[in-house]
Design a protein around this ligand. Structure first.
Ligand SMILES: [Zn+2]
Length: 230
């Protein structure tokens, strides 16, 4: 890491993506922070044009700054989609300066937007890790979680309604059966004229004092069935 004078308002530090440049002093909006510098590459020269690295800063169609040199502290500045600094490009002077576009507080990471080409080539494939994109991802995850919970709650409500419906149906059925049993016991209408079997059944139930229910269960339906052919 290159040594940085303590007079400078920044230091190199750990960031989310590796190393980054952090403010150590307040930096005013519009203030120059650091120059992005390195050897000038001429695209007309084959040797220059063949150079390929992540720190090439294109000034125009012809000139490019090779910022991969160790002394170029600006190369530690990470990309952000909503940055607090910008690259101020002066093609005629063949110079690039990183400038604050917001007031930056000590401890804040300094960022600038690397531009669409860099973003597409290097960041999009791996997913941008800047604060704005992290926030967006977090929001999306939270929304997905909320949607999952909403669907889960909906499914639970549906299951509950289904269970309640089934319980109500079972209760109704039971009431119907009870009604039949009571009917058999109270008026004995169904039993009339259905022969000895039914009469005996009634008699036995009465004698034993067993609940009429089980008999009633059979009484209403099977007795009638049995009764029809005879
Ligand atoms: Zn981003």
């Amino acid at each position: 890491m290159p040594a940085i004078s303590s007079k400078k308002p920044y230091r190199i530090g750990r960031s989310r993506t590796g190393l980054g440049l952090f403010a150590t002093k307040p930096i005013k909006k519009g203030a120059k922070i650091v120059r992005y510098f390195g050897p000038l590459l001429d695209s007309k020269k084959k040797k220059d044009d063949a150079i390929e690295n992540k720190y090439l800063f294109e000034l125009n169609g012809r000139w490019t700054i090779d910022g991969s040199v160790r002394e170029n502290v600006a190369r530690y500045i990470n990309h952000a989609c909503k940055p607090n600094a910008e690259s101020d490009v002066m093609p005629r002077k063949r110079k690039v300066v990183i400038r604050a576009i917001k007031n930056i507080s000590p401890g804040e990471e300094i960022n600038y937007d690397y531009g669409t080409d860099y973003f597409k080539a290097y960041l999009k494939p791996i997913g941008c890790k800047c604060d704005a994109c992290e926030q967006k991802r977090k929001k999306k995850r939270a929304e997905a979680r909320a949607e999952r919970l909403r669907l889960q709650a909906k499914a639970e409500r549906k299951a509950l309604r289904k269970a309640q419906k089934a319980a109500a149906k079972a209760e109704k059925h039971q009431q119907r059966l009870n009604g039949k049993a009571n009917g058999a016991k109270l008026n004995g209408k169904h039993l009339n004229g259905h022969g000895a079997k039914s009469a005996a059944g009634k008699l036995m139930a009465a004698k034993s004092g067993i609940s009429v229910k089980p008999w009633g269960k059979q009484g209403g339906e099977s007795r009638a069935e049995v009764g029809v052919p005879s």
